[in-house]
Design a protein around this ligand. Sequence first.
Ligand SMILES: Nc1ncnc2c1ncn2[C@@H]1O[C@H](COP(=O)(O)OP(=O)(O)OP(=O)(O)O)[C@@H](O)[C@H]1O
Ligand SMILES: CC(=O)N[C@H]1[C@@H]2OC[C@@H](O2)[C@@H](O)[C@@H]1O[C@H](C)C(=O)O
Length: 397
Amino acid sequence: MNRNLRQLFTIAEKPVRRIIGLMSGTSLDGLDIALCTISGSGMDTRVTLEHFETVPYPAHVKDEIRKVFARDMIAFQQLCLLHPWLADLHASWILACLSKWGVAPADVDLIASHGQTVYHSPKILHQLPDFPNATLQIIDGDHIAVRTGIITLSDFRQKHIAAGGEGAPLALYGDYCLFSKRGEDRVMLNMGGIANFTFLPGDLQASGIFVTDTGPGNTLLDAFARTYFQVEYDQDAVLARQGRVNEVLLAALKDDSFFKAPFPRTTGPELFSKIYVHNAQITSGTLEISPYDILATLTRFSADTITDALKSVLQPDRDYAVYVSGGGAHNPLLMKWIKERLPRLQLRTTSELGIPGDAKEAVLFAILANEAIAGKGIDFGKPGMPAVSMGKLSFPA
Ligand SMILES: Nc1ncnc2c1ncn2[C@@H]1O[C@H](COP(=O)(O)OP(=O)(O)OP(=O)(O)O)[C@@H](O)[C@H]1O
Ligand SMILES: CC(=O)N[C@H]1[C@@H]2OC[C@@H](O2)[C@@H](O)[C@@H]1O[C@H](C)C(=O)O
């Protein structure tokens, strides 16, 4: 047997695996690195987060990614170069973290690398009848594996599409395994660049689980904070608080077919871009409003579309515990408006469940890798969709 396969067999049969989950999302804020100890699989999965760090992307790295990120027209050379370049960067940051944490790479079993989404195009976005749902994540797993010496799984989303999904959100499975609790109806609400939530019924019936993107989380806020105020994001909503919500613009922002499409639906900054806002300003005649008002209105847009999606799924007379995660959970204005629109919901953070909100997505990808190596296949509960293992294998040698 090939020695790589032998090593993989050994890892699959271990009672406990050490897996690094990596997430670099649509906000381009940095690389989340979560070193997890994972035992079991499926509903028996147990995770301990040993170490976590977000390595911020230096400005020049963000600039290089933005040359291709969510753009219709790009230079192919740039895409081609980013694929190994970012992988090498990620590998060097992983090694630096491991060294800092006093963990030898040889003591890590697997890396689960989400990669960088550069374009996400479900059918509801491209609307081309002859083409399928599509998504593209770069950052090649071979380069990470060779540089770190650790077996790497990457490119998780293609299997989901091949099996009939949109390639996202994948959070459903890890949320279900880790956070389901008998007797408590839970919502796992993640507010990254894009916001999404998983509903976990307290009766634990797999058929009742549900996941969807809701629309923008921070992506528009970040884009306008950069454009008007030359800052990476509206820290603590200091800028948005100085503006007033423009109701006419808000109505125009909400007037898109995405918000009328059936659940589950996925999206990205390809749709929710500066052009999207500009078009809404034109149709609503609000081109002249102040940058502060735009940020206030965009913050309300995120809050409203998140709560509208929740309202259309949750029953008004029931109690739900909502566990928030992602960078938007640090935005006090966004949180305030969500709370005001859904006063009955109990808003908590995933830290109360043992996983800090900023680490959750990276941990979820570690779980997907654990399932691919030691699990039985993931059932997303979609009629006609087979149970699948996700992620492509890269060996160090
Ligand atoms: N103190 C804060 N105040 C306001 N916003 C904040 C704060 N801290 C973080 N954020 C927001 O959170 C964003 C980062 O969120 P996160 O890391 O969850 O995104 P992501 O993982 O890239 O996104 P996605 O889940 O869509 O892939 C920042 O760009 C910023 O907009
Ligand atoms: C294509 C893509 O990268 N989608 C991300 C993005 O970030 C949040 C939201 O949009 C979600 O659909 C997804 O990530 C999470 C981790 C998921 O798949 O569940």
